[in-house]
Ligand binder design. Structure first.
Ligand code: ADP
Ligand code: 5GP
Length: 200
């Protein structure tokens, strides 16, 4: 499990799309949200877009592995989504805010956590405005929340500064390669080699 967090506008979706296209066996966890779809976003690919009543019902049904109110909207990762991707044997990339990140860290301590930073606050604002997807009210909310989100970065394993998309994606992929090579993730292979015949 790979948790990716960044202030809105940093470029995490842009970098994540490159990484998802390049890395085999990595899948994106599609969250539920009560915010409206942006132009170009598709139901079931970017998010499951639901109303507040549906979101409340999912909380009551204990359907979420984590959920949070972010930028005055609600977002959550369903248990069903995690189980669906696990059943496919995929590593899972979660694009979630720090509140959700901390919930998943507690539930899944083995998760790899990455915090993406913008090169500067000016660059963050320029990217958020340049995307032209938010109302002025939402831009202000997202910028106001950015500092508190950045203050959460020390609790993550890795930091990637997204100065250049290609370089940021390469760093992300290097982290995944190294994490997949961790000794603890090869216990079954080690076990079978040690139990096997000496010449096997
Ligand atoms: P997030 O998912 O973190 O909210 P996006 O991926 O939507 O951010 O990126 C926000 C805007 O910044 C987009 O218009 C994107 O094209 C642009 N962007 C992303 N990475 C960079 C970068 N390294 N340099 C300049 N612009 C970038
Ligand atoms: P956006 O509206 O720009 O797609 O996302 C806004 C914020 O919500 C981002 O910080 C994003 O990472 C976060 N987010 C998206 N999905 C989830 C989720 O399922 N859970 C939580 N906690 N945050 C999410």
């Amino acid at each position: 499990m790979v948790v990716l967090t960044a202030p809105s506008g940093t470029g995490k979706t842009t970098v994540a799309e490159r990484v998802l296209a390049a890395v085999p066996r990595l899948a994106f966890s599609v969250s539920h949200t009560t915010r409206a779809p942006r132009s170009g976003e598709a139901e079931g690919r970017d998010y499951h877009f639901v109303d507040d009543a549906t979101f409340d019902q999912m909380i009551a049904d204990n359907a979420f592995a984590e959920h949070a109110r972010v930028h005055a909207r609600r977002y959550g990762t369903s248990h069903a989504e995690i189980e669906r991707l696990w059943a496919q044997g995929r590593d899972i990339l979660f694009d979630i805010d720090p509140q959700g990140g901390f919930q998943l860290m507690r539930a899944y301590p083995e998760a790899v956590t990455i915090f993406m930073l913008p090169p500067s606050m000016d660059a963050l604002e320029a990217r958020l405005r340049g995307r032209s997807t938010e109302t002025e009210e939402q831009v202000q909310i997202r910028l106001a929340n950015a500092r508190a989100e950045i203050a959460c970065a020390p609790r993550y394993h890795y930091v990637i500064v997204n100065d250049d998309v290609v370089a940021a994606a390469e760093t992300f992929q290097a982290i995944l390669v190294a994490e997949r090579a961790r000794t603890t993730r090869h216990a079954a292979t080690l076990d079978s080699l040690l139990r096997g015949r000496r010449d096997a």
